[in-house]
Design a binder for this molecule. Structure first.
Ligand code: GLU
Length: 382
């Protein structure tokens, strides 16, 4: 049964985003593993030769910088991390280039910051560039632009970045290559007999808990960030496979639909492009807390969010900005484009249409967020 599902997922994956973690590419001192990179390049070439479009999201810039500069370990503060990334990114790209050129594949470096995803025009530009690179048969290699990203504008980790790229391109498959075999029911460091989950139909809280709080030494991710990324992509209707990038030929095996790693199945339906941006990509500029009635209307009845159901307005947003909608327990239930600025939302919250009419004459919009601009998002903390 599982094998059939896998085969189906693999056969439909005409475009794939592959994310490679620092620990797959470099040793703990930050020395890039040339033969591993060559082997990945050979496999990428085979995947592309089969007619699939491939985007690589590669970590390893900071790690490689640590190695090149002979620092021994990852620095703790931002300027030193940024300097390491500047040194390491070019070394990383050089190795990819050297490994792919023999296959006749040109590499294309794309460095992104979170701001590129918040702004819809820039977001679409990234998409256009990647699609044009496909036209040239070049391989886009994406990383965060670490040298200019400061804490407020950081994606946080490349797992998240890879999930956003997957959603941006509507790629049916995201592969997260890390240095563990997949998601285990328990931490395998504590229990060597822990069960490796072959398939996760839906990422719920029990799955999140399995991820624990692991973090890697040279990279910034860990199991938790992988599960969060997997949830972002599966919530938008794509599949995710997490597998061990340190195992020889792992990508060949994934594309032969062998039962390696953990497959996360899409949750629900394919989400339209516009809603992916509103619900899962742009960072909300504010928050609306709603009462139980409004929660029901939005989550269960597919209705718009009316001012009367809003109890608290937070943040400094303008009309048209993405805002987050939370219930009384502070759980995020939706995101959408606000019809009102924070200032005006504060004036109309908790009021009925009639009360708003008394206050303002005719209100410009009856809804605070119209249903068409509202995305009910996957529930449960990650
Ligand atoms: N952008 C970072 C780098 O290339 C990695 C972030 C991560 O490990 O997720 O080193």
């Amino acid at each position: 049964m599982t094998d059939l599902v896998r085969k189906e997922v693999i056969s439909r994956a005409n475009m794939v985003v592959i994310k490679v973690g620092t620990n797959v590419l470099a040793n703990p001192a930050g020395h890039l593993d040339r033969s591993r990179i060559q082997s990945l390049a050979d496999q990428l070439h085979r995947i592309r030769s089969g007619g699939r479009k491939v985007v690589l999201v590669s970590s390893g810039a900071i790690g490689a910088g640590v190695g090149k500069l002979g620092l021994g370990k990852r620095p703790a503060d931002l300027p030193h991390l940024q300097a390491c990334a500047a040194v390491g990114q070019s070394a990383l790209m050089q190795l990819y280039q050297e490994s792919l050129i023999p296959h006749g594949v040109q590499t294309a470096q794309i460095l992104l910051t979170a701001g590129d995803f918040d702004n819809r025009a820039r977001y679409l530009n990234v998409r256009n560039t990647v699609l044009t690179l496909f036209e040239y048969h070049a391989l886009p290699i994406i990383n965060e632009n670490d040298t200019v990203s400061v804490s407020e504008i950081k994606f946080g980790d490349n797992d998240h970045l890879a999930a956003m790229v997957t959603n941006l391109l509507r790629a049916p498959l995201l592969i997260l290559l890390t240095n563990v075999d997949g998601l285990y029911a328990e931490d395998p460091r504590g229990n060597p007999n822990a069960e490796l989950l072959a398939t996760v139909p839906h990422i719920d809280q029990s799955i999140t808990e399995m991820a624990g709080t692991s973090k890697s030494e040279l990279g910034t991710g860990g199991m938790r960030s992988k599960i969060r990324a997997a949830r972002l992509a599966t919530a938008a209707g794509e599949s995710v496979i997490m597998a061990n990038g340190s195992v020889d030929g792992i990508l060949d095996r994934v594309f032969a639909a062998e039962p390696v790693g953990t497959l996360f199945l899409p949750h629900g339906q394919d989400v339209p492009a516009w809603k992916r941006w509103v619900g899962y990509t742009a960072r909300p500029k504010g928050k609306l807390r709603v009462d139980a009635g409004a929660r029901r209307a939005v989550v269960e009845q597919g209705k718009s969010l009316l001012p009367v159901g809003v109890t608290v307005v937070e943040g400094d947003f303008r009309k048209g900005d993405v805002v987050s909608v939370c219930d009384e327990t502070e759980q995020e239930i939706a995101r959408g484009l606000s019809n009102y600025s924070a200032h005006d939302a504060e004036r109309i919250r908790g009021r009925s249409k009639e009360q708003i009419a008394t206050l303002w004459g005719t209100a410009p919009y009856p809804e605070l967020i119209h249903r068409d601009n509202l995305v009910v998002i996957a529930t449960g903390p990650v």
